[in-house]
Design a protein around this ligand. Structure first.
Ligand SMILES: Cc1cc2nc3c(=O)[nH]c(=O)nc-3n(C[C@H](O)[C@H](O)[C@H](O)COP(=O)(O)OP(=O)(O)OC[C@H]3O[C@@H](n4cnc5c(N)ncnc54)[C@H](O)[C@@H]3O)c2cc1C
Ligand code: SF4
Length: 478
């Protein structure tokens, strides 16, 4: 009888790929997890219990066929595993690296609920596609038929690029317009290299270019350019993300040295590409030699504290007004940050800033406690009177979240319906807005969300456009 290759969770423990020591990873922007060796990937994949109703798949926004590609990996059929994985996910190696698996697929793995550690789904997904790249299995689009229709995509982040890939594979002419000089959106300029190395993103952009997607970079689309794009293409997809930083208006908030998280992260990511960045090179956006205080408790704040450590900060503190259990950021990232030397000041909120001749010198902190739950059921923070103190700082980074820009004004389209939060109103299954032929996907529809949801939206929208154009999906050349 053939040996059972799966269900090894009883005899094999969960084992993540090796994590680099904090002392060495503090020194560079390289990813912190190594790759599985082949035998280890097979071993970890073989722990899957092959559930009849796989909750991991249900809770993956892309409904990846996880149990099947785990089985194919465990049995050494890696090329088939890759084909299956990429059939539902445009960028599996990116999701494998940066999805919050603990809240999605792995958080719903049944074997964990029976007391065993979850299957390391994200790490296996990354391993499969990294191996596919090494072996030349990842190919640019090669449509069998070139179609005359064209689609213009505004925004080259994961949402726009996922749509671009699917449309191009079906032979549609695709042009991506982006205000930055490199495509990738937050994959390129937001998320730091220690979570997602830049060459992983750049090889995907090159693959899209090789498959015939046109990129028009340094193109900040305004009302005039939008009208031109709309006239030139059969459909337009808005995939512009959310970039307006939430701000703090309080005494001293105009002091020099109080910066927005996105400016800080873009500067750091640009330096990783070797770019000259004036505001980094003149010290303004660099943490080197400074006492850094980051305000916020989300993933952006986690990226800022860990970037500050790598840039050579003297000390890095993170202020968050709730406690550890109630922070929005990933617990895995908090643990990584603590290992790297970040100090978290829970239940601490800013009430103003001190300065020295206009340069920030500290954050006036008020201590909080969690009170009664608010309308959303979350315990609201309350001030503890008389417990204020000053946290000394040379650089303060505000990581308080993002909101949409004014889209109607930006594109000169008052008829582009938006929600009360300013996000674009679009059908969740197709991305259709209230303007015929104009679609929207990703963060600009959902508000600040996740890469995997942007990919899902981009794919769904491409499918809807193909249906409208009566074009069959992905007709590959022989
Ligand atoms: C610091 C940070 C860390 C994050 N970490 C994670 C993580 O670990 N895991 C995860 O899943 N998600 C993470 N996210 C969220 C994730 O990056 C986003 O949800 C995702 O990138 C949204 O994709 P998108 O395509 O909608 O928009 P974006 O990635 O924001 O791309 C939008 C693109 O549109 C362009 N654009 C905007 N306006 C215009 C215009 N007028 N003209 C031309 N181009 C324009 C921008 O230049 C950009 O390239 C993080 C976000 C941040 C800020
Ligand atoms: S895409 Fe994200 S949620 Fe889905 S299987 Fe991969 S890591 Fe899990």
């Amino acid at each position: 009888m053939a040996k059972q290759p799966m269900l090894k969770f009883v005899s094999v423990d969960r084992d993540m790929p090796e994590k680099r020591q904090a002392e060495t990873r503090r020194e560079d922007f390289d990813e912190i997890y190594a790759e599985y060796a082949d035998a280890k990937a097979k071993e970890q994949a073989s722990r899957c219990s092959q559930c009849g109703v796989p909750y991991c798949q249900t809770h993956c926004p892309l409904h990846n066929n996880i149990p099947d590609w785990l089985r194919l990996t465990a049995t050494g059929r890696l090329e088939e595993a890759y084909q299956m994985s990429q059939a539902t996910n445009t960028f599996p190696e990116i999701c494998g690296r940066i999805c919050p698996q603990d809240r999605l697929c792995e958080g719903n793995c049944v074997i964990e609920q029976s007391g065993h550690g979850t299957v390391t789904i994200g790490s296996v997904e990354k391993y499969i596609t990294d191996t596919a790249w090494e072996n030349g299995w990842v190919k640019p689009a090669a449509p069998a038929v070139e179609r005359p229709e064209s689609v213009g995509i505004i925004g080259g982040g994961p949402g726009g690029l996922a749509a671009a890939d699917m449309l191009r594979q079906a032979g549609i002419q695709v042009t991506v317009y982006d205000r930055y000089d490199r495509a990738g959106g937050l994959l390129t300029y937001g998320i730091p290299g220690f979570k997602l190395e830049k060459d992983v993103v750049m090889r995907r952009i090159q693959q899209l270019k090789d498959g015939g997607v046109e990129f028009v970079m340094d193109c900040d689309v305004d009302a005039d350019i939008f009208a031109t794009i709309q006239a030139e293409h059969d459909a337009v997809i808005i995939a512009t993300g959310v970039y307006k930083s939430r701000d703090l208006q309080m005494p001293g908030s105009g002091a020099q040295g109080i910066e927005k998280a996105i400016d800080f992260l873009v500067a750091s990511n640009r330096k990783s590409f070797g770019d000259a960045v004036e505001d980094y090179d003149n010290g303004r956006l660099s943490a080197d030699g400074k006492r850094v205080v980051v305000i916020g408790g989300g993933d952006t704040a986690m990226d800022c504290v860990r970037t500050s450590i790598r840039e050579g900060a003297v000390s890095v503190k993170c202020l968050y007004r709730r406690d550890r259990a109630n922070m929005p950021g990933s617990q895995r990232e908090v643990a990584n940050a603590e290992e790297e030397g970040v100090v978290f000041e829970w239940l601490s909120a800013p009430k103003g800033f001190t300065d020295d001749n206009g340069k920030v010198s500290g954050v006036m902190v008020q201590k909080m406690r969690l009170g009664a739950p608010d309308a959303s059921g979350r315990q609201a923070p309350e001030v503890i009177e008389g417990a204020d103190y000053v946290e000394e700082a040379d650089l303060v980074i505000k990581a308080l979240g993002f909101e949409p820009e004014d889209m109607q004004t930006m594109f000169g389209k008052p008829e582009l319906a938006v929600t009360r939060w300013g996000t674009i109103k679009a059908q969740f299954t197709t991305g259709e807005t209230e303007i015929p032929g104009v679609y929207a996907v990703g963060d600009i529809v959902r508000g600040a969300s996740l890469v995997v949801w942007a990919i899902k939206d981009g794919r769904d929208c491409a499918e809807a456009i193909l249906k409208k154009l009566n074009a069959p999906a992905a007709v590959a050349a022989e």
